[in-house]
Design a protein around this ligand. Structure first.
Ligand SMILES: NC(=O)C1=CN([C@@H]2O[C@H](COP(=O)(O)OP(=O)(O)OC[C@H]3O[C@@H](n4cnc5c(N)ncnc54)[C@H](OP(=O)(O)O)[C@@H]3O)[C@@H](O)[C@H]2O)C=CC1
Ligand SMILES: O=C(O)[C@H](O)CS(=O)(=O)O
Length: 490
């Protein structure tokens, strides 16, 4: 029998969603050696669950089961897969509050934001369930009179998935949905900080009718072991990862031995540019949404805020006033807008970036200090320069650093001067400027007069060292398909 902190279990309408065993080959299992690891609530520091701590042997069994289950699952009519995925979507939305409470308890984001993530994650399951029926092939006029050419697209095979703690539901859904929709087997390894959301998704996936073995959730504190199993197991045909660029590089090197197809959603360093013809109130609203969503812990958060000199002081003042309205606290409490950071390392990163700006002559105009535990004051700083750490490193926390610029050419060059290329944002009104800037920014995503770009219908992904491939939209299915060219001699 596994142990839970009663406060979380009593918060749930359906306590059976709080699963702490791993889901392997269609069975709920403990680790072979009975090992567990603790999951803590970052807002309170208390242990909320002890979760099965699996290793490579259990992961290999999950891969075997996924390969076996694929034979039937991929052969089913797409409509049947779509019906199971629709049921999964419906069950997730019916359980939205419970799934959100589990997510808030293990990751810290405020309950309303966690509810939003559940809907966002479920939207991928809904969208790709529908897309399953539209995986078309093509016929090509033959190159010789007796040749007939067709192209078909088939599921790539067993997928290994590694995801981070910052979106413990949506990042798995954004990968599992297209993979399962096209007929792949899927083995998910969630971050050790946040396994409960993934396990709850599997509980509902099983109830929705996903066949035994097609989906496994391998919970483990030994992330590199599981990553090695995915990269070295010949039955795994695809690796999909969301996380830091540093870990992405490690996995790409490991996957190279089998020339494994990889999707990589990696780090960002998003510029957020406010031109002097911007609607300043709209720009402040967009900056708040982009910078402070998930307490700044997203790969698409504004990391550098560039403000043209004519509106710099006015924007800084308005942003500081908006930040003042944020309420830091335990995400399970009513009215809290900003939860804790995920761990001590995250707090130290924010402190390091603030100290570096102060040492360089910048100043804090709002916040700037750690609160108790893992809570941190949402912070705005002015006088930030290009040679400071925050200019090249992802803060991944609630720090809004304001850089001043004079000309369009200057800010484009600065915005592009990074190894990253995931999301970027700018606020302007002149159509000529909008057209020039959106084309000049070297990023996979450009938000124009908006600070939120995340949706299941669009291709999400980065260029340069922010990643490989796209997630969401019809392009998101391509990463889980192989193309086969058939030449028939008649
Ligand atoms: N682009 C994005 O969406 C994200 C970017 N980041 C960036 O990464 C930084 C660190 O955050 P963090 O969560 O530690 O991100 P990591 O990249 O370190 O971790 C992401 C996932 O990879 C796993 N992992 C870590 N090392 C390995 C390995 N050698 N082999 C296989 N899996 C591994 C982690 O497991 P475990 O946690 O159990 O070690 C986690 O599940 C952030 O500050 C941010 O800059 C982080 C999250 C998302
Ligand atoms: O990893 C992340 O930060 C997410 O990909 C950001 S989003 O897709 O939720 O915007």
């Amino acid at each position: 029998m596994t142990k839970h902190s009663t406060d979380l279990r009593t918060l749930l309408r359906d306590p059976s969603l709080l699963e702490t065993r791993a889901f392997v080959a269609g069975e709920w299992v403990d680790a072979d050696d009975g090992a567990t690891f603790d999951v803590t609530n970052p807002a309170r520091g208390d242990v909320i669950a002890k979760v099965a701590d699996l290793g490579r042997a259990e992961t290999a069994r999950a891969v075997d089961a996924a390969e076996a289950a694929m034979k039937d699952w991929a052969a089913r009519p797409a409509k049947e897969r779509a019906q199971v995925m629709r049921k999964w979507f419906d069950l997730m939305m019916e359980a939205q509050d419970d799934l959100a409470r589990i997510l808030t308890a293990e990751m810290g984001k405020p309950f309303p934001e966690a509810k939003g993530e559940i809907a966002y994650g479920a939207s991928f399951i809904e969208w790709f369930g529908e897309e399953a029926k539209r995986i078309y092939g093509e016929t090509i006029p033959g190159h010789m009179a007796d040749k007939r050419i067709t192209v078909i697209r088939q599921p790539i095979g067993v997928v290994g998935s590694i995801t981070p703690w910052n979106f413990p539901n949506a990042m798995i859904a954004r990968k599992a949905a297209p993979a399962l929709a096209v007929g792949c087997g899927f083995v998910a390894r969630p971050a050790a900080e946040t396994p409960l959301s993934a396990l709850a998704m599997a509980v509902l996936g099983e109830r929705a009718g996903l066949p035994k073995g097609i989906l496994s959730v391998v919970t483990s504190s030994r992330s590199s072991d599981i990553g090695k199993e995915f990269c070295e197991n010949p039955k795994v045909r695809k690796l999909t990862f969301t996380g830091s660029t540093e870990v992405g590089r490690i996995l790409l090197r490991q996957a190279a031995d089998q020339v494994m197809k990889c999707s990589m959603e990696l780090g960002g360093n998003a510029p957020f540019i406010v031109f002097d013809d911007a609607d300043l109130d709209a720009a402040v609203e967009g900056a708040m949404a982009s910078k402070f969503r998930n307490n700044g812990q997203t790969c698409v958060c504004a990391n550098r805020i560039y403000v043209q000199s004519g509106v710099y002081d006015a924007f800084a003042k308005k942003l500081a006033a908006a930040v003042d309205k944020l309420r830091v606290g335990d995400g399970l409490e009513e009215g809290v807008t900003t939860g804790p950071l995920i761990n001590e390392k995250a707090v130290e990163k924010v402190e390091e970036h603030i100290r570096d700006v102060l040492d360089g002559g910048g100043e804090v105009i709002k916040g700037g200090k750690r609160k108790d535990g893992l809570f941190f004051e949402p912070t705005v700083m002015t006088g930030v320069k290009d040679d400071m750490k925050v200019s090249t490193e992802e803060t991944f926390g609630p720090l809004a650093p304001l850089f001043q610029f004079e000309t369009e050419g200057e800010v484009i060059a600065k915005a592009n001067a990074t190894i990253f290329g995931l999301a970027s944002y700018f606020y302007a009104q002149g159509i000529g400027r909008i057209t020039r800037v959106q084309e000049a920014l070297e990023y996979g995503i450009v938000g124009v007069n908006t600070g939120i770009i995340s949706t299941e219908v669009a291709p999400f992904g980065g260029v340069k060292q922010s990643g490989l491939g796209r997630e969401g939209s019809r392009h998101g299915a391509e990463d889980y398909l192989e193309m086969k060219y058939i030449c028939l001699s008649v």
